[in-house]
Design a protein around this ligand. Structure first.
Ligand code: 6PG
Length: 250
């Protein structure tokens, strides 16, 4: 369908706009289905967004009908400060008093990474609406973007990316020597099946890679975020801030 690029005037403005978009999409979605199924991302940008969303969503009438899933995870206990699900729990769900029955972490330390990934795929297939091809459909997926062009835990030149076309799984474990922690990640086929995708990137340090991803040659093995941002099978919004004048929005 389409890629929309929104360059906010500041990171704070970006998060406020994203939070407003979230609540608007939440209310519209709940007009025709019982739950709003969202996958949250991780990293420092996500944590800043969680803090602002928690404040903006406070008192909103429909927050108890949101089901919180995740785009990717570090294989660490929820109590670890680097846990994506643990960060969402502490910064978003707890401040909003959202019941943990609507909280679906990818990894909680009770099972191996491999078993957690396969169980999560089954959970998604059994919990989310499925499209005609049997693929689960999120209402909204959030993604971050790394300076190396990764998104979720789809890292450049990784074994996972090199073999992505032959891998039919929807949720996989991936690890790379230079990447902190073993990871669990949604695969592009599932991400791109979401009704809405929002990718957030802030700071001049990411401006060049964002410009290369959007306007440069298609080379997803080097820039895995292109698997989403250059695919645009859904409604993809790239929200940026503090990019200076490097990012050429064509
Ligand atoms: C993770 C993420 C990852 C993150 C980007 C951006 O688990 O690390 O999901 O894809 O979103 O690396 O991270 P920052 O916002 O910290 O730059």
């Amino acid at each position: 369908m389409s890629l929309t690029i929104h360059n906010a005037s500041s990171a704070n403005a970006l998060f406020l706009e994203a939070a407003s978009d979230f609540l608007r999409l939440l209310d519209v979605t709940l007009e025709h289905k019982p739950h709003f199924d969202v996958a949250l991302s991780g990293g420092s940008t996500a944590k800043e967004f969680f803090r602002i969303l928690a404040h903006t969503a406070s008192g909103h009438r429909n927050i108890e009908r949101i089901r919180f899933f995740f785009s990717d995870e570090r294989v660490v206990p929820l109590a670890n400060v680097d846990s994506n699900a643990g960060s969402a729990l502490r910064l978003l769900l707890e401040p909003l008093s959202i019941d943990v029955s609507n909280f679906f972490p990818m990894y909680d330390g009770t099972r191996s990474a491999e078993l957690s990934a396969s169980s999560y795929e089954n959970l998604l297939r059994n919990s989310l609406a499925n499209d005609n091809s049997g693929l689960p459909v999120f209402d909204l997926i959030y993604l971050g973007l790394g300076q190396d062009g990764h998104t979720a835990s789809l890292f450049p030149h990784s074994h996972l990316i090199r073999n992505i076309d032959n891998d039919k799984r929807l949720v996989v474990v991936t690890s790379e020597p230079h990447i902190a922690y073993e990871r669990i990640t949604l695969m592009p086929r599932l991400i791109n099946n979401s009704k809405n995708i929002c990718i957030m990137a802030t700071g001049e340090s990411k401006a060049k890679v964002v410009d290369n991803i959007i306007n440069g040659p298609l080379m997803p093995e080097s820039l895995p975020a292109q698997l989403v941002l250059r695919n645009v099978s859904g409604q993809v919004t790239l929200m940026t801030a503090k990019m200076g004048d490097v990012l050429k929005i064509t």
